[in-house]
Design a protein around this ligand. Structure first.
Ligand SMILES: [Zn+2]
Length: 200
């Protein structure tokens, strides 16, 4: 398993600030608003715990949950403002840290998306493999053809020299195609008045 990403720890701090501020905001409320927002706080903490657990285990949907939870908290903070007509540091902290958290979540989702795109491309290449395998025998054919054309005998000599060589000899390889003389046997070459090189 991969180590949890750095953004996991950054997100932990963001959530710490958001939850603490949320608690401060909730306990400033009265009666119905307090009960309603306390419920919202508990739901939020549960969702954050779930999301952080998923992110810790490198699950992509963890970032989706955290991002959506933060968006919900941002809207809720504006809702609380209209309910209580109060706006202090705690409200501001929630909004600022939620915004940072949403950006972080989106950044991580984008990164994961790009990574899966690369994987998709790799899968595509893998799919082409059977096709490449089919091509290989065709590619091998010209090589065989070349052997037939350029190795018609066992020995080769240059029209300009009086020695014959094995085709593997370095000297043999230097003989230009137009000057090559091929022989099937030693005797055939010697009959032309040629001497065997050390390579033969
Ligand atoms: Zn030779």
């Amino acid at each position: 398993m991969e180590k949890p990403p750095l953004s996991f720890f950054v997100m932990s701090f963001i959530m710490l600030f958001v939850v603490t501020s949320f608690i401060l905001v909730v306990f400033d409320l009265h009666r119905f608003a307090f009960v309603f927002e306390l419920t919202m706080l508990l739901i939020f903490i549960f969702i954050v715990a779930l999301g952080m657990f998923a992110v810790y285990h490198n699950k992509k949907w963890g970032w989706t949950i955290l991002g959506l939870a933060l968006m919900l908290v941002m809207f809720n903070t504006f809702f609380v403002y209209f309910l209580a007509r109060e706006f202090d540091t705690a409200h501001l902290t929630i909004i600022v840290f939620s915004a940072i958290g949403i950006i972080l979540a989106l950044f991580n989702l984008r990164e994961t998306f790009q990574r899966s795109e690369t994987t998709e491309q790799y899968e595509k290449v893998k799919d082409y493999h059977p096709f490449i395998d089919k091509m290989e025998p065709q590619a091998a054919e010209p090589e065989e053809h070349m052997k037939k054309t350029f190795t018609p005998g066992k020995y080769v000599a240059s029209k300009k020299a009086n020695k014959f060589h094995s085709p593997k000899c370095d000297w043999a390889k230097r003989i230009g195609k137009e000057n090559q003389l091929w022989f099937d046997s030693r005797e055939e070459a010697e009959a032309q008045g040629l001497e065997a090189d050390a390579c033969v």
